[in-house]
Design a protein around this ligand. Structure first.
Ligand code: PMP
Length: 406
């Protein structure tokens, strides 16, 4: 078992959750007291379920914030990691798996002619932004309200001391007119998620992305699509789905098969600035940039991923979204709304008690054996089946009845 900090607290909460949601509505429980790290997980054989230290069983609908696209113990991925481990824990030089993974990424994403690996989505975005400012010889970044690009990348006028400083302007997602007012030749890069994830699971319109594409070209800026999460929604990423292509794409999460992963890539002439043979002032080096576990797991994962499997996970996600929204319609309320696209479902709360409603849903679902994202989301993976969605939705209907039924 993975023993993590604070697990006892979590077990206590689980142990004392009553069947009825009423005490929760009084605000006795506060989800903010808990953190993802408070949980002890032990993967179980069917790859979806978790066991928490108190012995209770939970259906995982978080999927490691979308990284566990293949479940938590896919036998082919585990075997690939084991085999890589047998060849040596880490090997600094280039390896065959690295080449194979690069090819599979290039084949999937049309905007990527050259790719570089790193260890997280945050690193990928950091490097893509640095590369864009270097190549354009400009500084200003156009980012978007509610965007999320990594723990130490915040486009906030009041950033924390650990945030990388950027000269930036902040557009409004899907708001073409407002964003147009911020454009100028000073912009070095436009960074956007084709569907915002952490900021509320909202999908961009094709018109908005096309507008950004045209604006970047017009102002000689580089367009960066952060597809760390969204690439899972289509075999060619959301860029392929929308047929709007950026200059640079950043990737992460499941593409590395589960272990820590990040990648960024794009046009040859842009990526070449990082080629050591050009002895340019910008560098991308890192001991673990091609760590053998991730490379091996990523190659194994790429063989598992198919259009059909992506579309199955997406249709299960549609079912979750439709189920939640139709339950809300039945109770004639708009206090909870499901958003997103395909396998990524956002659950939004409104009204004066929205924070409490969010906490209540989280704990209620736990009491029914369903673990969903505390801030309100569901991320499905390739191991989810209809029966899991039924369990999730039955629990949600029961919650709706408790809270909104007469
Ligand atoms: N970009 C997006 C869109 C993300 O959702 C995340 C992580 N949730 C990141 C970047 C950062 O990735 P990582 O956590 O691997 O640094």
């Amino acid at each position: 078992a993975l023993v993590r900090h604070g697990a006892g607290v979590f077990s206590e909460f689980i142990g004392s959750i009553p069947g009825s949601v009423a005490p929760l509505m009084l605000g006795i429980w506060n989800a903010d007291d808990l953190d993802h790290n408070d949980v002890i997980f032990e993967p179980e054989t069917d790859e979806v379920k978790y066991i928490i230290s108190d012995g209770a069983e939970y259906l995982d609908c978080v999927s490691e914030y979308s990284a566990a696209m293949f479940g938590h113990s896919n036998p082919k991925i585990l075997a690939a990691i084991q085999e890589a481990m047998n060849r040596g824990i880490n090997l600094g030089g280039p390896g065959n798996d690295e080449v194979a993974l690069a090819h599979s990424i290039k084949d999937r994403f049309r905007s990527i002619a050259k790719v570089r690996f790193c260890n997280s989505g945050s690193e990928a975005n950091t490097m893509a932004l640095a590369l864009a400012t270097h190549v354009t010889k400009k500084k200003k970044i156009l980012a978007f309200e509610n965007g999320y690009h990594g723990g130490f990348i915040q486009f906030d006028s009041n950033p924390s001391p650990t945030t990388i400083p950027h000269d930036f302007v902040l557009g409004r997602f899907n708001d073409i007119e407002y964003t147009r007012s911020l454009l100028s030749d000073e912009i070095a890069a436009i960074i956007v998620e084709p569907m915002q994830g952490a900021g509320g699971v909202s999908v961009a319109t094709k018109a908005f992305l096309q507008f950004l594409r045209d604006a970047a070209t017009k102002h000689k800026a580089l367009l960066i699509f952060d597809e760390v999460v969204t690439s899972r929604l289509h075999i060619n990423g959301l860029q392929g789905y929308f047929e709007v292509y950026p200059d640079l794409t950043t990737l992460g999460k499941y593409i590395g098969g589960g272990p820590s992963f990040g990648a960024f890539g794009g046009l040859v002439e842009v990526m070449e600035a990082l080629d050591p043979k050009h002895s340019s002032p910008i560098h991308h080096s890192g001991t673990y940039n091609n760590n053998v576990f991730t490379m091996a797991a990523g190659v194994a994962a790429a063989k598992i991923l198919t259009k059909e499997k992506i579309s199955k996970a997406n249709s299960l996600g549609d079912k979750v979204r439709d189920g939640i929204n139709s339950a809300m319609k039945d109770y004639n309320t708009q206090l909870i709304e499901a958003s997103g696209m395909g396998s990524m479902v956002g659950v939004r709360f409104s009204g004066p008690a929205q924070a409490r409603l969010r906490d209540c849903l989280f704990f209620y679902m736990l009491s029914r054996g369903v673990y969903m994202g505390k801030r309100g989301f569901v991320s499905l993976n390739l191991t989810h089946e209809e029966k899991h969605i039924d369990q999730l939705l039955d629990s949600f209907y029961a919650f709706a009845q408790e809270v909104f039924g007469n």
